[in-house]
Design a protein around this ligand. Structure first.
Ligand SMILES: [Mg+2]
Length: 356
């Protein structure tokens, strides 16, 4: 069975956050990073207005200023970007826990099985883009396919604010027409080398045997051999730092007593435990999320002496956490249970970002 993989990439992330948070930067060419005097430093992200002038990421400040004299240099605020990244992650977690972040603004999601049982990766990708726009006032591009490589190329096709789906029956034709420099992982140097050998597109690469590709490009040759045929079996691997597995449910009517909430919490804990076993994970920290009828949100955590994927332990811990927190007159709309702080990890130094 084919997997359903989404690659999400925020558009001009640092620059877009700055333009969102600072109205004076909107509609203007800005560069996050670098220095206004053109003394050293490189541009980290250029706004789309700056890209029109040819300003790009990793470009030296001086060159950027020469291309675009009115360019505004903005000092990066990494704390702000990290906070937005955690909010984006939280949106991803509504659909799947199989999230592999590549950076603050980019991630692979495996939605072969999604938490909300939507079933369509295309629909999920569009929902995520819409949610990011509605809740965070930022735009993201998404690519959908059956593996990471093709999904990542797809997310770049219609940037910014773009979407592309490359289905199993289109992959071969798509890869054949793709210029070699567009192959993610093929750097400038390799692309030049390929062109010097008369290899300009996927179709050209496809004519070479695996042995020939290895001879010319080393070990990566066998990777090229596979991807040009649209084959990429690499799993989506959740990030060590933010790995968490959770489930939650919204109730048709508010719950106000432990008698009502307890069985619901047990059921949700059961869903989490099934996922933990599926992903072969054991976690030490149990978190309970409570959303009230007025949309206030509360999370409470407890860290166990040993990592667990045991149903009874998770259920009992979740019940204990809820029991200690509950107050009379609560109107609870949603309950969630999450496990984090997995076996091979050191205990978290600060609050776990993106738990739900
Ligand atoms: Mg990006």
């Amino acid at each position: 069975m084919n997997r359903k993989i989404i690659h999400i990439d925020m558009d001009a992330f640092y620059a877009s956050v700055e333009q969102r948070d600072n109205p004076e930067y909107r509609g203007k060419p800005i560069a996050v990073g670098g220095s206004p005097e053109g003394r050293g430093g490189v541009v980290m992200t250029a706004s789309y207005e700056a890209r029109v002038f040819g300003v790009r990421s990793a470009m030296p400040s001086k060159k950027a200023r020469d291309l675009c004299p009115q360019l505004l240099f903005v000092r990066p605020r990494f704390d702000a970007y990290k906070a937005v990244s955690a909010q984006i992650r939280e949106i991803f977690h509504r659909y799947t826990d199989l999230i592999e972040p590549l950076s603050l603004d980019e991630a692979y999601l495996d939605v072969t099985e999604d938490k909300l049982e939507i079933g369509s990766a295309i629909e999920i990708a569009q929902l995520i883009r819409k949610t990011i726009r509605d809740e965070l006032n930022l735009t993201a591009s998404a690519g959908v396919s059956i593996n990471k490589f093709v999904a990542k190329i797809a997310s770049d096709l219609n940037k910014p604010d773009g979407f592309a789906f490359i289905g199993p029956s289109n992959i071969a034709a798509f890869m054949e027409q793709l210029p070699v420099e567009k192959f993610h992982g093929v750097g400038k140097v390799t692309a030049e080398k390929m062109k010097s050998k008369g290899l300009f597109t996927g179709a050209d690469l496809k004519r070479l045997s695996e042995a020939e590709l290895i001879r010319d490009f080393g070990k990566t040759g066998s990777f090229y051999f596979k991807i040009v045929r649209g084959q990429d079996d690499r799993p989506v691997t959740p990030d060590r730092e933010t790995k968490s597995v959770s489930a939650e449910d919204t109730f048709p009517h508010d719950l106000s007593t432990i008698e009502e909430m307890g069985p619901e919490l047990d059921r949700i804990a059961g869903l989490v435990q099934v996922r933990l076993q599926k992903y072969h994970l054991k976690g030490r920290t149990v978190t309970v999320k409570i959303k009230f009828s007025d949309f206030r949100l509360m999370t409470r955590s407890q860290t166990l002496p040993a990592p667990t994927d045991d149903l009874e332990t998770i259920r009992d811990t979740a019940r204990r956490i809820l029991g200690a927190a509950i107050e009379e007159g609560w109107k609870v709309r949603l309950l969630g249970v999450g496990l984090s702080n997995f076996e091979d990890q050191a205990p978290p130094a600060g609050p776990q970002l993106g738990l739900f």
